[in-house]
Design a protein around this ligand. Structure first.
Ligand SMILES: Cc1cc2nc3c(=O)[nH]c(=O)nc-3n(C[C@H](O)[C@H](O)[C@H](O)COP(=O)(O)OP(=O)(O)OC[C@H]3O[C@@H](n4cnc5c(N)ncnc54)[C@H](O)[C@@H]3O)c2cc1C
Length: 445
């Protein structure tokens, strides 16, 4: 294949995974563009820089010589406009660049509802490196923070502030915490963890109306729709993210909420592809959301597009869904056949509220097929979950082999027998737990 110039807008996990995987497969000229940073960095780890557990330098997964060694060129600039008729990108510094193939991996930006008073100082989201720097700079003068929005980024911001003993009032519009993802029991475990273990002043079912400022133009209070006035010297807006597509307005590339793509990541314009947080499958792939904004999905998009551009496969068929995150001290993991675990599935649920640990094993009631598992405070083995889903194991097989799934060390209190007892009691069966077996776990012969 003749050498082409493949240009990637965005050096996040999806753009960089693509560039890296394409380099392994081809001799094409590759250029990565970003207005945010010169280097690829771990966005989920930004919070640890604020908390002093990492230096900003340590956010980089690759050393500084990686780019030259892999012949990946970089440009730091904002793409203001794409002109597909001339295959040109126009930058904010006045320059332009010609591409043969263009991959848009422009990620997400903070969602906003444009509340009255949102222009005051000391009101920020937490999405970009700039946000991290602004919050870090202001940190010493923050005594009372209000965090708005009950998702993952809101919890991170609350944890960051609590790590510096800053008072946190946490406003969540819903009545159950992160209920889009967590079932009721799990939501209330996290609520208790925030309040009882970390001193967060959590207020559920609360909506923001506006912000009040002081004479210097900084935020002074958040006013809720019920009229409550909550004093603060910082407000964090964490009400979600949306695909970053504003710069595509005149490009002719079809967009809905995100950039519309088919199952091969192709946009409506020839030689232009989209991956990661900014991409919206049309139609959505079976069992998956049309837009999936998470780290692991971005990596898979990037790697698969590199394979597709290099000749095989021809379409993206995502494997089982997986995600993990930390909610203060509690690790959350989920594995499932489909992105959203249906309400129609049955589950075996075990919890130890005092230890802040729980596990939920989902199955189809009519076939007993294992459909997924989620856990808080218990670490699961990725390869085992994945294999069990691929092998269409029955829930009874899963429950009797639970010791293989548990990644935690021998000294962590066991829970497997109690989970199986719950199932035995409900089904009237007498299944027996099998001992952990590393031969089985790692498939040694
Ligand atoms: C605080 C935080 C914590 C998170 N924690 C988790 C987690 O625990 N687990 C998880 O799975 N996910 C997590 N996520 C989500 C995850 O980080 C994203 O899904 C992922 O980073 C998206 O990768 P991406 O490559 O698609 O886009 P991005 O990482 O957003 O990269 C896109 C890049 O493109 C640049 N860009 C955009 N437009 C232009 C333009 N016109 N010109 C030039 N450059 C442009 C942007 O500035 C950006 O640098 C978290 C996100 C945040 C903000």
């Amino acid at each position: 294949m003749s050498q082409r110039h493949v240009v990637v807008i965005g050096n996040g996990i999806s753009g960089t995974s693509f560039a890296r995987a394409l380099r392994k497969r081809s001799n094409h000229r590759i250029t990565l563009i970003s207005s945010e940073s010169d280097y690829f960095f771990s966005r989920p780890a930004m919070m640890y820089v604020y908390m002093g557990q990492l230096r900003e330098e340590q956010l980089k997964p690759y050393g500084d010589d990686f780019w030259e060694k892999n012949k990946i060129e970089r440009k730091r600039a904002f793409v203001q406009r794409i002109d597909p008729s001339t295959s040109l990108l126009h930058f904010d510094d006045g320059s332009s660049m010609v591409y043969d193939d263009l991959v848009i991996a422009s990620g997400s930006e903070r969602e906003s509802v444009h509340w009255h008073g949102e222009h005051f100082g000391a009101i920020h989201g937490f999405v970009t490196l700039d946000d991290l720097q602004m919050i870090t700079q202001q940190s010493d003068s923050i005594r009372k923070a209000v965090v708005i929005g009950g998702g993952l980024i809101g919890v991170e911001l609350a944890e960051m502030f609590r790590s510096k003993n800053i008072q946190v009032t946490y406003l969540v519009r819903e009545f159950q915490f992160w209920n889009r993802v967590l079932p009721d029991h799990e939501s209330s475990m996290i609520e208790q963890h925030l309040v009882a273990d970390h001193g967060v002043n959590l207020k559920m079912g609360v909506e923001v109306k506006e912000f009040k400022g002081d004479e210097e133009g900084n935020v002074r209070a958040v006013i809720t729709t019920s009229g409550e006035e909550i004093d603060c010297d910082f407000a964090g807006i964490c009400i979600g993210v949306k695909p970053r597509i504003g710069f595509l307005a005149e490009s002719g590339i079809q967009c809905n909420k995100g950039i519309l793509i088919d199952a091969s990541f192709r946009t409506s314009v020839k030689n232009i592809y989209a991956i990661g947080d900014c991409a919206e499958f049309s139609p959505a792939l079976p069992g998956r959301l049309a837009i999936e904004q998470n780290w692991y999905t971005g990596r898979m998009h990037g790697e698969t597009l590199a394979e597709i551009i290099s000749g095989s496969p021809s379409v993206y068929r995502p494997s089982n869904y997986f995600n993990s995150s930390k909610l203060f001290d509690i690790e959350f993991q989920v594995y499932s056949r489909e992105t959203v675990l249906s309400d129609k599935l049955k589950s075996v649920f075990w919890e130890n509220h005092a230890q802040r640990r729980c596990i939920r094993i989902y199955y189809d009631d009519s076939t007993l097929r294992f459909e997924g598992v989620s856990a808080l405070g218990i670490r699961l083995r990725h390869e085992v979950c994945d294999r069990w889903l691929n092998e269409n194991k029955s829930v009874e097989d899963v429950l009797t082999h639970l010791c293989d799934l548990n990644f935690d060390q021998e000294f962590a209190l066991p829970f497997e027998q109690e989970v199986l007892d719950l199932y035995n009691r409900e089904s009237g069966k007498n299944l027996r737990l099998k001992k952990r077996d590393f031969k089985r776990i790692f498939q040694w012969r």
